[in-house]
Design a protein around this ligand. Structure first.
Ligand code: 8YV
Length: 328
């Protein structure tokens, strides 16, 4: 029996590729090249399945050019690289990789919050530059974490993980805003209080963004929202570039409209806006919130499991458009 053909669009763990090779005719990307849309389309010719990452865009043009494609399995919980409506219309199943990265990503959100509020990278740069020659009472004085008010915008699994860490680990007063309010039991478990978006912006000492990116969440935080925040506040974005208007944020940071920001994601990444690079009150990391080896391996294996289930006629574990399966 001929094996289905799949494309693994970016380099990934050898052990995951080996697993897939037992069941599929695999083309991979061992040099980890970032392909253009045209290159991606060329590689997808004749493939029935794709193992994608957050940077691989599957849209109507790809679908039209690759009629044999039946499933794209994303090694990411976010799937704004998929045009889900176009995939559903083309009968292509989309899967993502949720849950396995929740705690690791929440850990990182907290690390970035603490590095930002306590000015860790800024002070390290100062030390490395040989500028530290005496103690002073206000040197790199930052904002307290314990006992402060933590705002979480987007209260899915990762948002809940951040809330729990804040409330249970650091005695923070946790408030949140989400499209839909959590049920009372979950709110109690996370020790989080639901507030309006405006109240969240006005009240939070530290605001962490953990909402999915879509046209509706584009520039959720722009000049108007930053203007509502406390001048002492910190803003952390571990969700997606584009949720924050990076130009407006750079202006707010430069004008000390807010105290500091920690950013793991950027509009147009891997490019980073030069205005942000020029600022000292921002901590910048290259989209690494889920980057621990066990978690990245679990994400890759979940994407592989979805491909394996789909082609063996079983129910994929984490489908995004199950209606495609129903229509099969
Ligand atoms: C990934 C992420 O590293 O899961 C997500 O949505 O943003 C990250 O964990 C990235 O998207 C690569 O697939």
């Amino acid at each position: 029996m001929t094996k289905p053909k799949i494309l693994i669009a970016r380099a990934v763990f050898m052990e995951v590729i080996a697993r897939l090779e037992q069941h599929f005719d695999v083309e991979s990307n061992p040099l980890d090249e970032v392909w253009s849309q045209a290159q991606l389309i060329a590689r997808l010719q004749g493939k029935q399945g794709a193992f994608t990452t957050g940077g691989d865009r599957i849209d109507a043009s790809v679908l039209a050019a690759c009629p044999e494609l039946k499933i794209c399995a994303n090694m990411a919980v976010g799937y704004n690289n998929f045009d889900l409506a176009a995939m559903t219309q083309a009968g292509v199943l989309a899967t993502n990789a949720p849950a396995v990265l929740t705690e690791t990503t929440a850990d990182f959100g907290f690390a970035l919050l603490m590095a930002t509020a306590r000015r860790i990278t800024e002070s390290e740069h100062y030390l490395r530059a040989g500028k530290w020659n005496k103690w002073s009472f206000d040197m790199f004085a930052g904002a307290d974490i314990h006992g402060s008010t933590l705002g979480v915008l987007g209260m899915g699994r990762i948002g809940q993980g951040i809330a729990r860490r804040g409330a249970l680990g650091f005695g923070m007063n946790v408030i949140y805003h989400n499209r839909t309010r959590l049920d009372a039991a979950l709110e109690a478990e996370c020790k989080a209080r639901y507030v309006s978006k405006d109240e969240l912006l006005k009240t939070a000492d530290h605001l962490v963004l953990v909402l999915p990116y879509s046209a509706a969440s584009h520039h959720t935080i722009g000049a108007a929202e930053l203007a509502l925040m406390k001048p002492t506040a910190t803003l952390v974005n571990i969700a997606r570039g584009g949720i924050v208007d990076d130009v407006a944020l750079a202006a707010a940071l430069a004008g000390k409209r807010i105290a500091a920001a920690g950013l793991d994601v950027f509009e147009g990444e891997p490019a980073v806006h030069p205005d942000l690079l020029a600022l000292s009150n921002v901590v910048l990391t290259p989209h690494i919130a889920s980057a621990t080896r066990p978690t990245r391996l679990a994400m890759a294996n979940l994407a592989a499991d979805n491909l394996l289930a789909f082609f063996s006629g079983q129910q994929p574990l984490t489908p995004l458009n199950s209606e495609v399966l129903a229509a099969r």
